[in-house]
Design a protein around this ligand. Structure first.
Ligand code: WTA
Length: 659
């Protein structure tokens, strides 16, 4: 990859290419230009008619209650059930035999589930959960690999109105425990293990460990058998899914809940050490999930085969694997494994095998595929594809061009979609068949969404200028708060600019008024499209006995976008222990492993540098900007505000050649 591709985001001003929508798309597109006019004319009426695409048990009369901002209530007096909307109604309307899930397993085996099958599975699981004591309103933690049972578990919870908290299968036992404790989950759904790069990795032991150290709210653990083999078993607590399933009825009446009933909690990193439990509710979230999925991906339920490569452990997996596609009756691929198992063409082999038409992935995956080389996708017939999507971070214009040419055969429109765990669904994106796309820009707010770029004082910037991305109107899929912490919700998102939601991203508006995202402006880093907070990794490092102080920065990385780099000061008195462990050279490796254990492998710093001082301002704030310069091998910037300017020399001398 060229340097230009890596620094493409900073070179946006040079990007002038545009691609008009292909004629085939314009004629037959789901999204119509009139959507913009309709939303402009009467925003609430617009959302009201989007909500009417769902099936309501009790129709709502009020669209939005914004009398107590920032706490929004959408469609509040209506009732509905999400699982009914995602599954049952399709069966009732005669589409029970349509394939819902095309499951691909890592070892090359596969399975197919129709909507009727899914209805049976989630009804069975809902009945089992009821037997295990789950009632409407109880929280259920889900810790599963990317297998159909993960989708079933989420929908079974939704069927009962029991908010789920999905914890990514790559998170550690400690991370799982703190999330279970925060949500006070009653039941955990997990698997014995998961297949990862040809190996079978245990999963249930992490649940056992999490529960042994606390998480007292958990009464039962439902275990899916995936890898087979021996597992530790706690009688009276642990229940095999395949055994409970055998006697469970496929009859289950979905429980209608109020539109504002919480559908799920999903933890995400913020600027502090403690992850935030983002709360999403039922009616507004599903409305936005369904509307955005249908229009942004141009979904034709009869003919399309859709594939979103995200794991259900992240928001993209919630909204664009489970809720959006299934509310729209999509047929979709769900893949258990990694893109390079058993070979680097695995994804493209799956596209060919199932005739995937709509493909949604991330810049980091695209950059990785670029690195592996275009001869790999070239071995597969990708001509079924008709639209490509990207999410997770800004896509470098060169990666965008490669995606378009190599994967999309120069024919597929690309939708670069900006959104967040907090927004619930896509907010800024081109609409296929309407928007002329620009490589690297998410471009325009969707119809019904209000977004702006403002300066320090909250004033809209002129075209051609940069600032902060804000959302200036409430939207149906917006987070309703942080679980158990309403003050933190206000403080985090609504305090920086009066009356505006501050997303934490820098952005620029070009001469045409299109929006370009410029990355986080807070202490959150984006590693392979996953959010990690510098504070969270610092806390994990400092929790190690040897570490006195730690500073973590996100350094640019060719493949993962950013990578954590840690600077640590060792505690006096730990010399002996360190010597026994193999000396100071061993410290980086051991601390990396420690972070892996505390948070999960994705949070492991790429490099750990042992230093004797950290650069600080006179008020004691760590100057991460300077450390980033070091981590990115740049000339160190302005050191004037440092309390002791010689620190940087020390760090640079000390680290030359070390990592
Ligand atoms: C970043 C993922 C630029 C952004 C859905 C945001 C993006 C954070 C894009 C949210 C994009 C996501 N262009 N940046 N198309 N999509 N981001 O909560 O910094 O995991 O604030 O949600 O990812 O990450 P999250």
């Amino acid at each position: 990859m060229t340097d230009e591709a890596v620094t493409g985001i900073e070179n946006l001003s040079q990007e002038t290419r545009t691609f008009s929508p292909p004629t085939e798309f314009v004629q037959d597109a789901v999204a119509r230009p009139s959507l913009y006019e309709e939303a402009e004319r009467d925003r609430l009426a617009f959302w009201r008619s989007r909500a009417s695409l769902l099936s309501w048990e009790t129709p709502f009369t009020e669209t939005l209650d914004w009398s107590n901002p920032p706490f929004a209530r959408w469609f509040a007096d209506g009732t509905l059930n999400v699982a009914y909307n995602c599954v049952d109604r399709h069966v009732e309307s005669g589409h029970g035999e349509q394939v819902a899930l095309l499951a691909e397993y890592e070892d090359g085996s596969d399975a197919t589930f129709t909507y009727a099958d899914v209805k049976d599975e989630i009804s069975r699981m809902a009945n089992v959960l009821v037997d295990l004591g789950v009632r409407t309103g109880d929280r259920v933690a889900i810790y599963l690999p990317m297998i159909p049972e993960a989708v079933f578990a989420m929908l079974a919870c939704a069927r009962l109105g029991a908010p789920h908290s999905v914890v990514f299968g790559g998170f550690s036992a400690d991370a799982l425990r703190s999330r279970i404790e925060d949500a006070e989950a009653r039941v955990v759904i997990t698997a014995d293990g998961q297949n990862r790069r040809g190996k079978q990795l245990p999963l249930k032991p992490a649940v056992d460990e999490a529960l042994a150290g606390g998480a007292d709210s958990v009464e039962k653990v439902l275990v899916v058998r995936r890898t087979g083999g021996d597992v530790e078993w706690t009688e009276g607590r642990d229940v095999w899914w395949h055994e409970a399933r055998e006697t469970a009825s496929t009859e289950h009446a979905p429980v209608p809940v109020e539109a504002e009933h919480p559908l799920f909690i999903l933890y995400t990193s913020g600027t502090t050490g403690k992850p935030k439990g983002i709360v999403h509710t039922t009616g507004g979230y599903l409305t936005q999930a369904a509307y955005t999925h249908r229009n942004v991906f141009d979904l034709k339920p009869r003919s399309d085969v859709y594939w979103c490569t995200a794991d259900v452990g992240w928001i993209t997996g919630h909204t664009y694997v489970v809720y959006g596609p299934m509310a729209n009756r999509a047929t979709q691929v769900i893949y258990e494994g990694t893109p390079d198992t058993p070979h680097q063409g695995r994804w493209w082999e799956i596209v060919e095998k199932h005739g995937v038409t709509l493909f949604y992935s991330s810049p980091t995956a695209i950059r990785t595929a670029m690195k592996w080389g275009e001869d790999i996708p070239a071995k597969h017939d990708l001509s079924s594809l008709r639209l490509l999507g990207s999410v997770g971070e800004a896509i470098n214009p060169e990666a965008w061009m490669w995606y378009r040419r190599v994967i999309g055969g120069d024919r597929c429109p690309i939708v670069d979609t900006w959104w967040q765990t907090e927004t619930g669904g896509i907010m800024i994106s081109p609409l296929p068949g309407i928007t002329a796309t620009k490589p690297g820009s998410a471009q325009v707010p969707l119809p019904g969404i209000g977004a702006d770029v403002v300066d320090e004082s909250g004033t809209s910037v002129a075209n051609g200028e940069g600032g902060y991305l804000v959302l200036d109107k409430p939207w149906p899929g917006m987070l309703r708060g942080i679980w158990g912490d309403p003050e933190r919700f206000k403080e985090t998102y609504w305090s920086r600019f009066e009356g505006l939601y501050f997303a934490g991203d820098g952005a620029k508006r070009d001469e045409d008024g299109d929006i370009w995202l410029l990355g986080r402006v807070d202490d959150v880093m984006n590693v392979s499209g996953h959010r990690l907070s510098t504070m969270e990794i610092e806390s994990a490092l400092v929790s190690h006995d040897w570490v006195a102080e730690a500073a973590v920065v996100g350094a640019n990385d060719e493949t993962t976008g950013q990578a954590p780099v840690a600077f640590v000061i060792l505690r006096g008195g730990s010399e002996e222990e360190i010597a026994t462990a193999g000396g100071e050279e061993k410290v980086p490796e051991l601390l990396r492993a420690h972070v892996g254990k505390e948070i999960g492998p994705i949070a492991k710093p790429k490099r750990v540098l042992v230093v004797t001082e950290l650069p600080k301002t006179r008020s004691g704030k760590i100057m991460r900007r300077l450390l980033r310069d070091v981590a990115e091998n740049r000339q160190v910037g302005d050191t004037q505000t440092l309390a002791d300017a010689s620190v940087m020399d020390l760090i640079q001398q000390g680290m030359s050649g070390k990592s």
